[in-house]
Write a protein that binds this ligand. Structure first.
Ligand SMILES: *[C@@H]1O[C@H](CO)[C@@H](O)[C@H](O)[C@H]1NC(C)=O
Ligand SMILES: *[C@@H]1O[C@H](CO)[C@@H](O)[C@H](O)[C@H]1NC(C)=O
Length: 349
């Protein structure tokens, strides 16, 4: 039995015990606002980070809001939109950047949530209870705002100037959700983009100085992710001060992922920088032949790969990251373990 499944089963036992429920307020639902990169085939070979968090909370996997009718959203819903940006389309068109024809989805996702809310609870106090006992996963947001222009050949110098605007959009979404009654929010930072196949392919370089010796990731791209995360953390500190009755948790996806890239063999990843599904090349990423398109291939064993299709990770990688986030206090600040989520669990492990 893996460490994670021991942990999950212990935790589910704890959650199911009525004493804890009576003690008040462990999560009864999860709402996720997500900005998945677009994908041609499946976006992963299995469960995503949010799915593992839901399972750890003893909740069913989150149904997608856009997954059709006849869904029960009382225990949670995932408002994910593939390929959407946080910033409005006009921000990009003013700069001559063409983006896919998705609606400005952060505002749209919040509207969906407002429309859905009356069907989840029947009175003001019941709704407040529900929001108070829910975990809100705010992201990852902003990745596409950088991916799309970078893949169109814009300079990193220019993209760096977008970061403060992206942070403002994330911040206003967090504020809106807190004002609606949310009390616990988990806000992920960005992944180390210098380690993912499309960037490794696009910016492949003959200069060894561009690469991190230990991981083979592109240093200056990872530094950009760190820059976004630094501004995000600063903003979250401000938000926490302004809303002391809420708990705003930063989830360090960057360091959680880097832990894997630094010792991939420890986790059974034989090809840490190569995509499982793609159209060939050094990193199995080909901008003219994506995963799912004619001519692309899928690896035999996705659990040996960190990257599923270049932009999304495999279930195996998401599972490790989710475990790192949920266990201990290293990658969440304040530690998620200190929120009601995992209270009472430590002694039983
Ligand atoms: C954008 O939003 C409008 C109005 O809500 C809707 O009719 C349209 O289908 C949406 N477009 C996309 C690409 O989602
Ligand atoms: C990338 O895909 C194109 C179109 O399918 C193909 O012609 C080309 O050989 C591929 N490149 C590599 C490196 O596999």
């Amino acid at each position: 039995m893996s460490q994670l499944s021991i942990f999950l089963s212990l935790f589910i036992m704890v959650v199911n015990s009525s004493s804890l429920r009576a003690a008040g307020g462990c999560y009864t639902s999860i709402f996720s606002f997500d900005f998945l990169p677009s994908c041609h085939g499946r976006c992963s070979d299995g469960r995503l980070i949010v799915d593992f968090i839901a399972q750890a909370a003893g909740l069913p996997l989150l149904p997608p809001y856009l997954g059709g009718e006849y869904q029960d959203f009382k225990k949670g819903v995932n408002f994910a939109v593939a390929g959407a940006t946080a910033l409005e389309n006009s921000f990009f068109s003013e700069r001559g950047i063409s983006i896919p024809s998705t609606n400005n989805s952060l505002g749209v996702q919040l509207d969906w949530f407002k429309q859905l809310l009356p069907s989840l609870c029947s009175s003001v106090s019941e709704c407040q209870d529900m929001l108070r006992n829910a975990l809100f996963l705010m992201g990852e947001i902003g990745g596409n705002d950088y991916n799309i222009p970078l893949f169109q050949g814009r300079s990193l110098e220019e993209i760096r100037t977008f970061v403060p605007s992206v942070i403002i959009v994330i911040s206003s979404a967090i504020t809106a959700v807190i004002e609606m009654g949310a009390r616990t929010l988990l806000v992920p930072g960005n992944f180390p983009i210098g380690c993912i196949p499309p960037y490794l392919d696009l910016y492949s370089s003959s200069s060894s100085e561009d690469y991190d010796e230990e991981t083979g990731c592109i240093k200056w791209l990872n530094e950009f992710s760190v820059y976004h995360n630094q501004l995000l953390i600063k903003e979250l500190d401000q938000l926490q001060k302004m809303h002391p009755h809420a708990t705003v948790i930063y989830a360090d996806y960057y360091e959680a992922a880097m832990t894997i890239f630094r010792s991939p063999e420890k986790y059974g990843f034989e090809r840490p920088l190569m995509a499982c599904c793609g159209g060939g090349g050094l990193y199995n990423h080909n901008s003219s032949c994506s995963c799912g398109e004619l001519g692309s291939t899928v690896c035999e064993d996705p659990s040996q790969y960190i990257s599923w299709d270049g932009l999304h990770l495999t279930e195996a990688a998401y599972k490790i990251i989710a475990t790192e986030l949920l266990q201990g206090g290293k990658y969440t600040s304040p530690p998620i373990i200190s929120t009601c989520f995992l209270q009472g669990k430590i002694s039983s492990i």
